[in-house]
Design a protein around this ligand. Structure first.
Ligand SMILES: Cc1cc2nc3c(=O)[nH]c(=O)nc-3n(C[C@H](O)[C@H](O)[C@H](O)COP(=O)(O)OP(=O)(O)OC[C@H]3O[C@@H](n4cnc5c(N)ncnc54)[C@H](O)[C@@H]3O)c2cc1C
Length: 384
C-alpha cells in the first residue's frame, strides 16, 4: 500500500556493509522524502573482519555483531524480519520466503554472495563459511570439541581462518589445521616471493598446506580423499569464492547486473515505473569492483547521495541521471588487505606485498575497532 503521506517507500534488503553505511549516513531530512524499511533474516549483522580475532578468542561474539533492531530504531527505520526470494521491478514489489509481499519505490539489494550449490553446507560438520551465522552457531556450540580441521580454499579468507583456527600464535598449535588449495600455490594474485613468505609464515605457526588438492564440492561426511589416503576431520570448512545471488526477477531467472553507478540496468518496464533498484557489495554481478567488505562500504557511503539526487532532481520521474560530478563513486581497484598470521599481520596493497609487520597488526585492530565504534558513535549523534 502507498503511504498516505506520498513519501517514497524505500526497502533496504539485507544488512550488508553498504546498507549499514546508508543507515549510518541517514539525516533527518531523508524522512521528509521517504519511509525506510530494512528487511533482514537475522537480528544481528556480523562483521567478517573480526572473525579471525573471534576464532583466536580475542573478541567475543557480541563484539563482532551489530544489533539491528536497536540501529533501525535509533534511525527511524522500520525493521522487518524476512528473506527476499524474488522481485518484480515492473510491479515494484518483492516477495519474501514466507510468501508475503512488500511494495517499494526504491529498492537497495545488499544481500552478499552465496556459495555455488556444490559448496553449500551438507551437514553441521561440513560447512561453507557463508552464511557466517551458521558457522558461528556451530563454533559457539561445539568449538571446544573441534580439534582437527580441514579448510578448503587458500584465498585471503581461507588463509586467515586457517591461521586463526590453529591457535593463538604464542604457543604450539592448539588445533591441527590443514589448508587445501586446488592450485599449486596459495590462491592470491601476488608475486611468487610474496606467496613464499606467506607460506613460510603459515607453516611456522603449524598450518599444514596441501596444494593441487582439487575438490568439486563439500563432502557429506567430514572426510577428504587425498591421493590414496582418506583423511578424517572434526570439521571441513569451505572458504571457496561465493557468487552473486540469483533472484527471480519479473519471473525470469536471471542474475542482476548493474551499471557502474550501481543501478540495476533498466528494461522498458522499469523506465515506465520510475522505480530505482540499487545493487551493492557481493550481490553485484559483473562488477568491476573487487569483491570485499571495503568495496561494499565505499558503495554504501555513496549510496545516500546517489539516491537523494535520483529522487530530488528532474521532474516527471522517469529516468533520472546521476549527478556524476557531485560525488562520483570512484572505483577502487587497489585495496588494503591485512591478513593476521600468528602474532603478525601480512599486508597487501592491491597486488603489492607489504610483508609481515607488527605495525600492520596494530593498524588492522584500529580499523576493526573504528568500524565497530562507528555504529555506537552514530547512535550518540542521533541521540544528541
Ligand atoms: C573470514 C573472512 C574475513 C574477511 N575479511 C575481510 C576484510 O578484512 N576486509 C574486507 O574488505 N573483506 C573481508 N571479507 C570479505 C567480506 O566479508 C565480504 O566481501 C563482504 O561481507 C561483502 O559485503 P556485502 O555488503 O556484500 O554483504 P554481507 O556482508 O555478506 O551481508 C549480506 C547480508 O544480507 C543478508 N541476506 C542474505 N540473503 C538475504 C535475502 N535473501 N534477504 C534478506 N537478507 C539477506 C545476510 O544475512 C547478510 O546479513 C572477509 C570474508 C571472510 C569470509
Amino acid at each position: 500500500m502507498k503511504p498516505s503521506s506520498n513519501k517514497r517507500r524505500v526497502l533496504l534488503v539485507g544488512a550488508g556493509h553498504a546498507n549499514l553505511e546508508f543507515i549510518k549516513s541517514w539525516r533527518a531530512s531523508d524522512h521528509e522524502l521517504a519511509e525506510f524499511t530494512l528487511i533482514t533474516p537475522h537480528t544481528h549483522a556480523i562483521y567478517s573482519g573480526l572473525l579471525p580475532a573471534y576464532l583466536r578468542g580475542e573478541v567475543g561474539l557480541d563484539e563482532m555483531q551489530i544489533d539491528l533492531p536497536s540501529l533501525a530504531d535509533r534511525h527511524g527505520f522500520r525493521l522487518h524480519f524476512g528473506k527476499m526470494r524474488s522481485l518484480s521491478v515492473e510491479h515494484r514489489h518483492i516477495v519474501l520466503a514466507d510468501g508475503s509481499c512488500r511494495e517499494f519505490d526504491d529498492l537497495f539489494i545488499n544481500t552478499g554472495g552465496q556459495p555455488p550449490s556444490a559448496w553449500q553446507s551438507t551437514s553441521t560438520r561440513c560447512l561453507h563459511v557463508r552464511p557466517l551465522a551458521n558457522f558461528l552457531e556451530l563454533w559457539e556450540r561445539e568449538g571446544q570439541e573441534i580439534q582437527r580441521i580441514a579448510v578448503i580454499g587458500a584465498g585471503a579468507a581461507g588463509i586467515e581462518i586457517a591461521a586463526s583456527l590453529v591457535g593463538s600464535g604464542d604457543f604450539a598449535p592448539t588445533r591441527e589445521v590443514h589448508l587445501f588449495e586446488s592450485r599449486d600455490d596459495l590462491g592470491l594474485q601476488i608475486s611468487k616471493h610474496g606467496r613464499l613468505r606467506l607460506r613460510k609464515g603459515l607453516q611456522k605457526i603449524g598450518v599444514q598446506l596441501h596444494f593441487k588438492a582439487h575438490f568439486t564440492g563439500l563432502p557429506r561426511l567430514p572426510e577428504l580423499a587425498l591421493g590414496s589416503s582418506r583423511l578424517k576431520f572434526d570439521l571441513v570448512l569451505a572458504t571457496t569464492p561465493t557468487s552473486p545471488p540469483v533472484y527471480n526477477v519479473d519471473r525470469r531467472e536471471q542474475t542482476l547486473s548493474v551499471d557502474e553507478q550501481l543501478r540495476l540496468q533498466s528494461t522498458h518496464a522499469d523506465r515506465r515505473s520510475g522505480s530505482h533498484v540499487w545493487v551493492t557489495g557481493d550481490a553485484v554481478a559483473e562488477s568491476p569492483w573487487p569483491r570485499s567488505g571495503v568495496s561494499a562500504v565505499r558503495q554504501g557511503q555513496a549510496l545516500r547521495q546517489l539516491w537523494r539526487a535520483s529522487v530530488t532532481s528532474g521532474a516527471g520521474g522517469a529516468i533520472r541521471k546521476f549527478p556524476t560530478q557531485a560525488r562520483p563513486l570512484k572505483l577502487q581497484f587497489r585495496q588494503l588487505k591485512l591478513l593476521r598470521v600468528g602474532n603478525q599481520v601480512f599486508g597487501l596493497w592491491g597486488d603489492r606485498v607489504l610483508g609481515f609487520s607488527m605495525i600492520l597488526r596494530w593498524l588492522k585492530s584500529w580499523i576493526d575497532r573504528r568500524y565497530m565504534r562507528s555504529f555506537s558513535r552514530c547512535a550518540e549523534k542521533t541521540l544528541r
